[in-house]
Design a protein around this ligand. Structure first.
Ligand code: G4P
Ligand code: NA
Ligand code: NA
Length: 194
């Protein structure tokens, strides 16, 4: 997605060989016009999948997920990272380990909002090792629903998440794929520019 690539080039800050900072449009300040286009692009890429729900994880996945859900005309659900006081029973729980943060979070979704008939599009802001996406997929599968696809705003293609998710049989669509952050420079993977 050219618009997003340009934004990463203009505003992305390479913090290390592993980490790209994009807090001016995705992780802190958010760009609603760009997020609207992100929602339209995911809707195009998953057309024909008969999606009934969009699922993400708080907090930075929420903006791209809500714009996608708006475009698709379906509800959006975000998995919580901290157990809600009012949400004790009837919850789906999965453990998600973060290599970046070296910690395990339990993510939860109320059973009220997913059913076995659902076809769920999983959306997230970043894809690194794929732990968050796999955790969300396990939540969907726990209830007996179908993962219709996984949409990622920025994939770090030098980390294994994208490959592992594809090997597990999921359709993964990443709007930009970063091949390397070496030498303080963002290098994109080959992609068809749309
Ligand atoms: P994984 O799920 O693919 O295995 O990723 P990982 O555990 O490494 O990611 C942990 C957190 O760090 C996630 O955010 C993820 O979005 C973020 N992250 C990973 N790599 C990068 C990067 O290069 N740049 C930025 N900006 N973020 C990255 P989170 O803790 O869930 O935070 P948030 O959603 O509340 O923002
Ligand atoms: Na994030
Ligand atoms: Na995220």
């Amino acid at each position: 997605m050219k618009l997003l690539r340009d934004k990463v080039m203009e505003e992305g800050i390479v913090l290390s060989d592993q980490v790209l900072k994009v807090d001016s449009f995705l992780n802190h300040q958010m760009d609603p016009v760009l997020m609207k286009e992100v929602g339209r692009e995911f809707t195009r890429r998953f057309a024909g999948e008969q999606i009934t729900k969009v699922l993400t994880i708080e907090s930075s996945g929420i903006a791209p997920a809500i714009m996608t859900a708006l475009e698709l005309g379906v509800p959006m659900i975000f998995a919580r990272k901290h157990k809600s006081l009012t949400l004790r029973d009837n919850i789906l729980v999965e453990k998600v380990y973060s290599f970046t943060k070296k910690e395990t979070n339990e993510i939860t979704v109320s059973k009220k909002f997913l059913c076995p008939e659902d076809r769920v599009l999983i959306i997230d802001d970043f894809l690194a090792n794929g732990e968050a996406a796999f955790g969300l997929a396990r939540i969907v599968e726990q209830i007996g629903a179908k993962v219709a696809g996984i949409g990622i705003v920025i994939e770090k293609a030098f980390q294994p998440g994208g490959r592992l998710l594809q090997e597990a049989g999921y359709q993964v669509e990443s709007l930009v794929r970063v091949a390397s952050l070496e030498n303080g420079t963002v290098t994109f993977a080959e992609e068809v520019i749309s």
